[in-house]
Structure formats: structure tokens, C-alpha cells
Design a binder for this molecule. Structure first.
Ligand code: NAD
Length: 476
């Protein structure tokens, strides 16, 4: 199937489109062609979704753990059955290689199955009290959730945004990115087909600022879950204070990678180079600043650039493509601007730094070295296929550079010194640290950041608890 599906919203289980609604043109980033027209919500659509979400919460908060587990497991099975269609849809609308889209489906399958188990382990506790008194602490679902998912993981982000509230017993209104809507609809459809009551999860699209103001302006919504840029995250967090909605904020990063003299350079590059250019670098945990100790710096830089140049860039649907286009025209523009600024300030460009072809949004894998600290790219999340390589003398200077920015999402370090590994685990200011590995996620592990990278976690037991409130009950 290379055909792109039709687009709609799902409100109260109905496919909603047409009428006088505005539309958004969805574009295939590999070709620049319009592949679909997405209907955008008007205020009446959002009011209807809110009323249904209130009803959905009343239904789902009283569901049993077994009912929730059955829906999540059923949806996981359906996603696996529909893996190829969902993956192709994601590649058509977002551009990433098909193999990466297939992995996204598997990530959702793993997460839904994990949550299906976790929902059966939502224990409370009993407090020891003087005779005749009993106190218990329980977790209850927080209420209807407004969830905003970005375009970079068009299958995985909606999976996270839907899975946790549903496991916790909440209802959810999902607004996934307008750029890649069909994958989100396919994920929601799996849940509905697996028996999720239609009131529990809905999908709307719209002008992002209108939708977020409308939903967060309603006291029906009890929680905001957002993944996206720090600037938008701060704006939404401010909106959420009005109704004191709880928040999970998964925001930007600027991943430092510390590489020490004691490593096998080629072994490290085998791991970090594919990780850098995965999804054309449009990943919040992407390794960005390579903070390399002097003794291995020259070798690391040369081999890095050779490997980057060898990456096969092309349409994500074609066999052998290792990196697809960027997801939208804003990203190549941002790359030109950030790389141009760095070079103008004295950085060396080893490869890339330019667009590829005149069709779609392709950008060449790029490597910069010796980039001064005042370059914009050293301070702003590039969110693209560019690596920054700089040399440092010792561990203290390397840690100081890693922690210099207000971001704290993912940090990586490569060293064979066991004592140093422990120090780095403690001292790196990040929500997720990879020591000698790039594998920092998993259905059972919390995913989230500190500082300006946000707060709260998705995945793991923490992801479900983030959709719950605690209640203490004291009986005399
Ligand atoms: P953006 O900041 O305009 O949008 C980021 C995301 O937030 C998009 O999905 C968008 O639909 C949504 N959004 C924007 N304004 C919103 C609002 N008022 N209410 C609700 N949602 C809103 O930028 P962009 O051009 O789409 O992406 C650029 C930057 O966003 C990147 O450089 C990166 O820093 C960040 N980003 C981060 C992630 C992530 O996984 N953390 C994903 C996508 C984008």
C-alpha cells in the first residue's frame, strides 16, 4: 500500500470531516506533493469532544484492571497485524525510512503490552494507625487528559499519549501534529477496534494555539501532556496554571556525548553515528554536542565525517535508504541558518551544510567541528542531521560543557574507567544517561527530562502514575 488514507477527526467514535471546516494540506516530505487534506476543528467540535471526554472519564475510571489490560493487549495485537500499513503511512507523511517506521509500531506494541501488565499492579498502601483507625493511600485516575503529540514519531508519540491515560483509567483528547495525522488515527483505531469505549479516546486536529487554548481553558481537562519544543511547552504550562491542570512536559534537548581517551574510537562511532542521523536528527534525545577528549579527537572527527558522508539519503520507501528527508520545510531552513552562523563564527564544516536535490526537504548529513560557544547551534536545539564535535582537555571541563545548557534530556558518555562511569552517572544533569550505550529507552523505563527539558515521565510505571492522583482516606 503506497496510498495515503483519507483524513478526519474522531469525536465520540464518529469520523468527523467536511462541512465549513478549514483544512490543512498534508505533504509528503520526500516529494513535496500534497497527499491529503486534514479537517481542522472548530470551537463546536472541541466543545463536543470535551463533553464526550467528561462522559468517557465517568465510564473508564470505573473499568477494571482486566478490562484496561484487555484493550491495551488487543490494540497491541492489531497494531502488529497492521504494522506494514501503519509504517507506510508514517513514512509517506513524515519521511523516515520504512525500517524506522516499523520499529515505531513495535515500540507501541511493547509499550501497550507493558502497560497492560502495569495496570494490574497499581497498588496503594495501608498506614499503621492507633487501634480502631485505618488509613489508606490510593491512586485514582486524574481525569480527562489533553495530549499534544509532535510529528517526529508519528506512531510512537500518539502511542505514548494514548497508552498511559487509558492504562490509568482516564479519558483523553489527542491532538497530534497536523503534519502527520494519519498514523495517529491508525493507532487510535486499533484501540477502538480492540473494544475501547468510543467516549474514552478521541482525536482532533486544528490550529495548535486555538486547540490548546480551548481545551486547557476548560475545567473538564485535568491534565496536559505535551511533547514538543521548550518554547511552546512553557507557553502551554502557563495556560495550564489557570485551571491548575497537572502537566507532563517532554521538551527539547541538546544531547551531550562525552568521549574519553580510553575508548575504542571505531566501536563508539559504530553506535553514535547511526544514532545521530536516525530520523534525520529530528529526535529529542539525539546526540548533538560531541565533547571529545583531545587524545582521540582527530581520529574521531575524521572517521565521523567519513561515515556521515557515506550515509545513503533518499525516499524512506526505497530499499537501502538510511536517512529520509526532513519532515517539513522549516527544518532545512533552520539547518542552513544554524550551520551558516557557526561557520561564519569560525567553525569548520567537514561535510553537508546543504540541501540535496530540488524536490522534498532533503538535507545532507553534516559535521561541524571547533564550534565556538557563542554560535547559535551550541545553544539552540538543532533538531536535524548535524553533529557538533569539539575537543576538551579533561573530565571536569567535559562535564562542565555537558551541563552548561539549560536542557537536561539525554546525555551520553563513553569510557572504560569504572569509577568515572559512576561519577558521570551522578554528575550529568539529564533525565536519561547512557553510559557506553545509545539505548536509553524502553517500555519499562521512565522517559523524560530535567531543567528546561521538562518534567514528569512517560513509559515505565512512572508513565501510568503520571496520569493518576493520590488520595489518602482516614477512617476513625
Ligand atoms: P513548534 O515549536 O512550532 O512545534 C512543536 C510541536 O508543538 C508541534 O507538534 C506543534 O504542532 C506543537 N505546537 C506548536 N504550538 C502549539 C500550541 N500553541 N499548542 C499546542 N501545540 C503546539 O516547532 P516545529 O517547527 O514543529 O518544531 C521545531 C522544534 O520543536 C524543534 O526544533 C524541536 O526543538 C521541537 N520539537 C521537539 C520534539 C520532541 O520530541 N521533544 C518534537 C518535535 C519538535
Amino acid at each position: 500500500m503506497s496510498q495515503y488514507p483519507s483524513l478526519y477527526m474522531i469525536i465520540d467514535g464518529e469520523r468527523v470531516d467536511g462541512g465549513s471546516r478549514r483544512t490543512h494540506a498534508v505533504v509528503n516530505p520526500a516529494t513535496g506533493e500534497v497527499i491529503g487534506q486534514l479537517p481542522l476543528a472548530d470551537p463546536a467540535d472541541l466543545d463536543r469532544a470535551l463533553a464526550v471526554a467528561a462522559e468517557g472519564f465517568r465510564i473508564w475510571r470505573d473499568s477494571t484492571a482486566q478490562q484496561r489490560a484487555a484493550v491495551l493487549q488487543g490494540a497491541a495485537r492489531l497494531m502488529l497485524e497492521r504494522q506494514e500499513d501503519i509504517a507506510r503511512t508514517a513514512t509517506l507523511e513524515q519521511g523516515k525510512p520504512l525500517a524506522e517506521s516499523r520499529i515505531e509500531v513495535l515500540m507501541n506494541v511493547g509499550l501497550f503490552n507493558f502497560y497492560a501488565g502495569e495496570v494490574q499492579r497499581l497498588y496503594g498502601r495501608t498506614l499503621v494507625r492507633p487501634t480502631g483507625m485505618r488509613s489508606t493511600v490510593t491512586h485514582e485516575p486524574v481525569g480527562p487528559v489533553a495530549a499534544f503529540a509532535p510529528w517526529n514519531f508519528p506512531i510512537g508519540n500518539p502511542g505514548r499519549k494514548l497508552g498511559a491515560p487509558i492504562a490509568a483509567g482516564c479519558s483523553v483528547i489527542l491532538k497530534s501534529a497536523e503534519e502527520a495525522p494519519a498514523s495517529a488515527l491508525a493507532v487510535l483505531q486499533c484501540l477502538l477496534d480492540a473494544g475501547l469505549p468510543k467516549q474514552v479516546a478521541q482525536a482532533v486536529f486544528g490550529v495548535p494555539d486555538e486547540v490548546s487554548r480551548h481545551l486547557l481553558g476548560s475545567p473538564i481537562i485535568r491534565k496536559l501532556s505535551f511533547t514538543g519544543s521548550t518554547v511552546v511547552g512553557k507557553h502551554l504550562a502557563r495556560l495550564a496554571t489557570e485551571n491548575m491542570q497537572r502537566t507532563t512536559m517532554e521538551l527539547g534537548g541538546h544531547g551531550p556525548v562525552l568521549v574519553f581517551d580510553d575508548v575504542d574510537v571505531e566501536h563508539v562511532l559504530n553506535a553514535v553515528v547511526p544514532h545521530k542521523y536516525r530520523n534525520a536528527g529530528q529526535v529529542c534525545v539525539s546526540p548533538t554536542r560531541f565533547i571529545v577528549q583531545q587524545g582521540v579527537y582527530d581520529r574521531f572527527r575524521e572517521s565521523f565525517a567519513q561515515r556521515a558522508q557515506a550515509i545513503k539519503v533518499g525516499n524512506g520507501l526505497d530499499d537501502g535508504t538510511q536517512m529520509g528527508p526532513m519532515a517539513n520545510p522549516r527544518r532545512p531552513e533552520a539547518m542552513d541558518k544554524l550551520i551558516g552562523d557557526a561557520v561564519q563564527r569560525g567553525a569548520k564544516l567537514h561535510c553537508g551544510g546543504e540541501r540535496i536535490g530540488n524536490q522534498g526537504y532533503f538535507y545532507a548529513p553534516s559535521v561541524l567541528s571547533d564550534v565556538p560557544l557563542d554560535a547559535e547551534i551550541m545553544n539552540e536545539e538543532p533538531f536535524g542531521p548535524v553533529a557538533i564535535l569539539n575537543a576538551y582537555a579533561d573530565e571536569d571541563a567535559m562535564i562542565a560543557e555537558a551541563n552548561r545548557l539549560p536542557y537536561g534530556l539525554a546525555a551520553y558518555a563513553w569510557t572504560t574507567d569504572a569509577k568515572r562511569q559512576q561519577r558521570l552517572s551522578r554528575l550529568l544533569e539529564a533525565g536519561m544517561v547512557g553510559i557506553n550505550t545509545t539505548m536509553i529507552g524502553g517500555a519499562d523505563a521512565p522517559f523524560g527530562g530535567v531543567k528546561w527539558s521538562g518534567h514528569g515521565s512517560e513509559d515505565g510505571p512512572e508513565g501510568v502514575l503520571a496520569c493518576m492522583v493520590t488520595k489518602a482516606v482516614h477512617e476513625g
